[in-house]
Structures are given as C-alpha cells and as structure tokens.
Write a protein that binds this ligand. Sequence first.
Ligand code: URA
Length: 209
Amino acid sequence: MGKVTVTEHPLIQHKLTLLREASTSSKDFRQLLTEITMLMGYELTRNLPIQDKVIETPMGRTVGKEMAGKKPVIVPVLRAGLGMVDGLLNLIPGARVGHIGLYRDPETLEPVEYYCKLPNEIADREVIIVDPMLATGGSLAAAVNFVKQRGATSVRALCLLAAPEGLEAFQKAHPDVDLYVSCIDEKLDEHAYIVPGLGDAGDRIFGTK
Ligand code: URA
C-alpha cells in the first residue's frame, strides 16, 4: 500500500486554519496555499536521491551533494492544482510543469481528460501530481492513470486536504503511489465536498463563484 504522510508541522496547521476560514480573501488564500505547499514540499522531497559532487570552494576542494535520480515534473490537476505549483517551483526551480484537465461526465460520472500536456520522457521523471482537495479520490486516481498510461513509473501525490473515503479509494486504485496531505478531514457531504474542508478550492484561489 502507498504510504500516506500527514504533514503535521505547527506552521502548516496554523496556516491551514487561516486558509479554511471563510473570511480569508483570495489573495491571502493563494499566498497561504503557496506557503503550505512549500512546507509540505519539504516532506515530499525528503527521500529524493542525492549524489556526491566534487566542487572547489574559495578554500579548496570538497565533496558536496547534488540531486540525483529522476528529474521532477510537477503536474497540477486543473484548475485548483495550479494553486500549488508556485510553492513547489520555489523549492525545485528547475522542475518541468505538466498539466492535466479533467471533467466529470454528467451521465457516467467518470472523469474524462480534456487536456493533457506533459514533458517528454515522462518515464524518466519523478512525477508529482498536485491537487488540493482529495474528495472522492476519483479525479486524482484518473490523473495518475493518465500519467501512467503515458509511461510514468514513479509517481507521488500532494494534496492539501483529504476525506477518509477518498483516501481509501485512492490507495486501492494506486497502491504504488505515496500521498502527502496536511490533514485528513471528517467526511464528505452529500455533494462530495470535504467537511469541514474549505469550500471550493478553485473558487477560493481564483475568486470565482
Ligand atoms: N473540491 C473542492 O474544491 N472542495 C471540496 O470540498 C471537494 C472537492
């Protein structure tokens, strides 16, 4: 089963409380989401491989460390996933960014891909899918399916909040994918919104209704 890491750092929990509040403006919401993503990104990247690198300092030769292994690609699930891109790019400025757009077919209720643009050689990359709200788990699972169908073999996912039902469904669908969340909330309501949650993440990021 994929590992679930709940990033319980005090700063993350403090900022998450501010983010959840209905009175928080879109401007502050975006800023807080970026800051939380950076803090969560610290945990997400903790086990990325490194290798030795010989360098010359002004004082002489030494051996430092540099990132090794697969090059990261950040893949936001449109639209709310866009709110988590800057936080990760602040940490990994050289990362590529792919995009996946999904909508739910009103009849079958299945997620349908309407947009997908990924960098080349996806099989040789560490794919980090970002989507703030893991509600039913359906769109995150579909996004992972799409990158796997295009050859990705190493995928991890970063979500701000998860509902227990969605977490379980996602883990069943993708037992090889490690998941990072800042909080596992109480439940889903009858409209598949996370409770207590924060409302519609896309609307709060972009100031739409
Ligand atoms: N998507 C959201 O934006 N919010 C939820 O609570 C669930 C899904």
